[in-house]
Design a protein around this ligand. Structure first.
Ligand code: A3P
Length: 297
């Protein structure tokens, strides 16, 4: 976090974010049938990548020989800023067949205007801030150089509360897309991790409809929705060899993206004081917006 820089009101790690965001702004050319998954880190990106990839390709692959059984969702749906534009600001994405599937953590206010004037679809996924903080802290702890002092939850909490987190302030990220999704309902689908966890059938069907690939009655009868959810479930994905021991990037294994996959683990980590402070922050930031995050009982 000592290395985060602010650009257009959001915080970035210079090489894991900022460079790529600037290149997207200059060089990304959306195609009318592109699908962009946009999230704030730790909101369920890996899960949504798997679900979107599976929904879009379901007539191409058999579930018993599916690419996700041996490839990470991060290889099937690359991040624009972290994978594609980070290494080559003029990366050629024109050669990719339609529909192209990309992911990004780019804040709404930094999104190139051409994305909004094209008809490409955006799926945005958010998660309750308490779980995001706990998930982010575990993630950063795993990635941290072992030579450095451990990063305490208190430090992570203090920074997160001030809005300092990768691609943060978290609430501004969420609110940017929430407001946009109300303005452009046909172009943007706004989802919550908790809703997907609680009512997976409902939300996966909604996701497929939004992507222009609704499940037909026959497909539902054949158990296609069920198979999609089963393939992409935390239990299945986190136990696949590729996700346990495969490599994400030098020195980082794919398994950093799988921890618990549950709602409410914050109760096991946050102190009473932290919970109270987050409660009041959530109220302050989201009240009146129409977004509700279930907070302490
Ligand atoms: P936890 O740390 O709370 O377990 P992201 O993919 O945006 O980086 O988010 C990572 C979070 O999503 C982690 O949360 C991770 O365990 C969870 N996750 C990863 N794959 C999942 C899946 N298939 N289903 C549900 N949650 C998943």
């Amino acid at each position: 976090t000592e290395h985060l820089y602010q650009y257009e009101n959001f915080w970035y790690h210079p090489s894991y974010g900022l460079e790529g965001i600037m290149s997207i702004q200059q060089h990304f050319k959306p195609r009318s049938d592109d699908i962009l998954l946009i999230t704030s880190p730790k909101c369920g990106t890996t899960w949504l990548k798997a679900l979107i990839f599976t929904i879009m390709n379901r007539t191409r692959y058999d579930f018993s020989a599916h690419p996700l059984l041996h490839s990470s969702p991060h290889d099937c749906v690359p991040f624009l800023e972290l994978n594609l534009f980070r290494f080559n600001p003029i990366v050629d994405l024109e050669c990719l067949p339609s529909p192209r599937l990309f992911a990004s953590h780019i804040p709404f206010t930094s999104l190139p205007k051409s994305v909004l004037t094209s008809t490409c679809r955006i799926v945005y996924t958010c998660r309750n801030p308490n779980d995001v903080l706990v998930s982010l802290w575990h993630f950063m702890t795993k990635l941290r150089d072992k030579e450095l002092q451990p990063f305490s939850l208190q430090e992570a909490f203090d920074l997160f509360s001030k809005g300092v987190s990768p691609f943060g302030p978290f609430w501004d990220h969420v609110l940017g897309y929430w407001k946009a999704s109300q303005k452009f309902p046909n172009q943007m689908l706004f989802l919550k991790y908790e809703d997907l966890k609680n009512e997976p059938f409902v939300y996966v069907k909604r996701l497929a409809e939004f992507l222009g690939k609704p499940f037909s009655i026959e497909e539902e009868g054949q158990g296609m929705v069920h198979e999609t959810l089963k393939l992409c479930s935390f239990e299945n994905m986190s136990n696949l060899e590729v996700n346990k021991n495969g490599t994400y990037r030098a020195g980082v294994k794919n398994n950093v993206f799988y921890r618990q996959g549950k709602v409410g683990d914050w109760k096991n980590h946050l102190t009473r004081e932290m919970i109270e402070k987050l409660d009041s922050l959530i109220t302050e930031k989201f009240d009146g917006s129409g977004i509700f995050f279930k907070i302490s009982p």
